[in-house]
Design a protein around this ligand. Structure first.
Ligand SMILES: [Zn+2]
Length: 487
């Protein structure tokens, strides 16, 4: 029995992530071009799953279905040579599939669901302000590694490596837990952007119906990083107790990541200009000159075997702890440093507006040739962007699969298989199940918002005692405004 046959025999028992590598003779040269894409859209892109997702249960025959729903969604295609087609809409799954196969877009973006078919928007434009307007949109988040350039030393710009990628993993963990635990969202899809970041789609009915104000308030809830490249202090934590969400993020994710990984992988203390950047964040001259003195001294005499970054971080924490008893405003300094380096940095504009477009999952990134595959937040630390299948790899596997098997789904024969399976079983199926119960949720939406409002108020009362308005209070305010409108 050849190795290949042995591999086929075990196919059913293969665990996700252990798909066999295609042999060399089927290899397709690396690249990204219209010919490759045509094959990808024709044989591998999960058109049907995308349609079912974007339909949210409105593609059935039962009386509650809104047959116009899918047709009111904006898709946008970027063609070869940057030709940009906005306001594309489709009446059916086959209509969408046909258009994608024919136009072969280099990028597909997904926009909101409008009140009317976006392709016919001009006919409604005269009807006044509300003639053509977005009515639903997933709550989306965009995290891009280029926004971390001041705290990563391994790469810059669009480059990403396994030393800095964990910053994205931390972003997924922190935001995902906040969305689920603090806002009660359940149907959340994380997607690799194909090159240097991640996208998040919150698809619960109550998230899709948020207005711009409410979106901005939720995005603001997650915003801690307020600096820019010119400000020394990027994070200021106020109030006598840390906001519960931030306290949880710190103790469950950020501290472990900063001390266990980032300190050493980015060598945050081993060069003078790097530790100087951290010292700048300490508002106490006595502490900073003491630390600077020790580190300059230890550079000349160090014989310690302990990693220099860990040792210096330990010294910094000890010094600040002692000084904080004498100097006001130093109590949060260690946390502020950790938040500055590790807390997620969101592109706020993407989240705030219903009509912001976001790249569709399962697109191919033109520069890397990699598929924008979903990421399972429960095991996001296992995600490795350097092993995400490329277009060329998939086509090679496809050549191989056509020869050896006659299954139904072509993608199942390739390393795209586990991503589509994940999308279906962990995201799409539970989502569609919840859509069947949605009429119940709609009538309870006011009740839900009262609940969010109440929980935000509880969170904020801790900060309010200090007269500080915390991020949750913005949500509170906005929901109050929304509430009046619903009443
Ligand atoms: Zn890197």
């Amino acid at each position: 029995m050849t190795g290949e046959e042995a591999g086929n025999g075990r196919d059913d028992m293969l665990i996700d992530g252990c798909e066999p590598e295609p042999p060399q003779e089927n290899a397709v040269p690396d690249g990204f071009n219209a010919d490759y894409l045509k094959v990808y859209y024709g044989k591998l892109f999960p058109h049907d799953d995308m349609f079912r997702w974007m339909s949210y249960g409105n593609d059935g025959k039962h009386p509650g279905c809104d047959q116009s729903y899918f047709g009111r969604r904006e898709f946008s295609f970027t063609l070869d040579n940057d030709i940009y087609l906005r306001f594309q809409s489709f009446n059916s799954a086959s209509d969408m599939e046909k258009s994608i196969n024919e136009k072969c877009p280099f990028k597909i973006d997904i926009g909101p669901v409008y009140n009317v078919d976006p392709a016919k928007r001009h006919a409604y434009a005269q009807a006044g302000d509300n003639g053509f307007t977005p009515v639903e949109r997933e709550l989306v988040f965009d995290v891009d590694i280029t926004d971390y350039d001041d705290v990563r030393y391994c790469c810059s710009g669009a480059d990403v490596c396994l030393d800095c990628w964990p910053l994205m993993t931390v972003a997924i963990k922190v935001i995902d837990s906040g969305l689920r635990d603090d806002f009660g969202f359940n149907h959340i899809l994380w997607v690799y952007s194909g090159r240097r970041g991640v996208h998040c789609w919150v698809c619960d009915g109550k998230a899709r119906r948020l207005n711009n104000e409410q979106r901005a308030a939720i995005a603001d809830y997650f915003r801690v990083y307020k600096g820019n490249e010119n400000s020394q202090k990027k994070v200021t934590l106020t109030g006598h107790a840390l906001h519960p969400f931030l306290a949880r993020s710190y103790s469950e994710v950020l501290q472990k990541f900063f001390e266990g990984k980032l300190l050493c992988s980015q060598k945050l203390f081993s060069h003078e200009e790097r530790f100087e950047k951290i010292l700048e964040m300490i508002p106490d001259e006595t502490a900073t000159s003491e630390l600077r003195g020790k580190w300059q001294e230890s550079r000349r005499t160090s014989i310690s075997k302990e990693d220099i970054n860990i040792a210096r971080w330990g010294t910094l924490k000890k010094t600040l702890h002692l000084r904080s008893k004498k100097v006001l405003g130093l109590g949060r300094c260690v946390e502020e440093i950790v938040f500055s380096y590790a807390y997620p940095r969101l592109d706020m504009e993407v989240s705030k507006h219903m009509n912001h477009l976001l790249k569709a999952p399962f697109c191919i990134h033109p520069k890397t040739g990699r598929v924008c595959v979903p990421i399972d937040p429960d095991c996001c630390e296992e995600f490795d962007p350097t092993t995400v299948p490329t277009l060329a790899k998939l086509l090679g596997e496809l050549n191989m699969g056509v020869m050896r098997s006659d299954g139904n789904d072509e993608w199942d024969k390739t390393s795209l298989g586990k991503s589509v399976r994940y999308f279906r079983s962990y995201f799409l199926q539970p989502l569609l199940k919840s859509c069947k119960l949605e009429p119940l949720w709609c009538s309870n939406e006011t009740a839900y918002n009262v609940l969010v409002l109440f929980s935000c108020a509880l969170h904020s009362s801790i900060e309010e005692m200090d007269g500080v308005k915390g991020p949750a209070f913005c949500v509170f305010d906005t929901l109050m405004v929304g509430q009046e409108r619903w009443d």
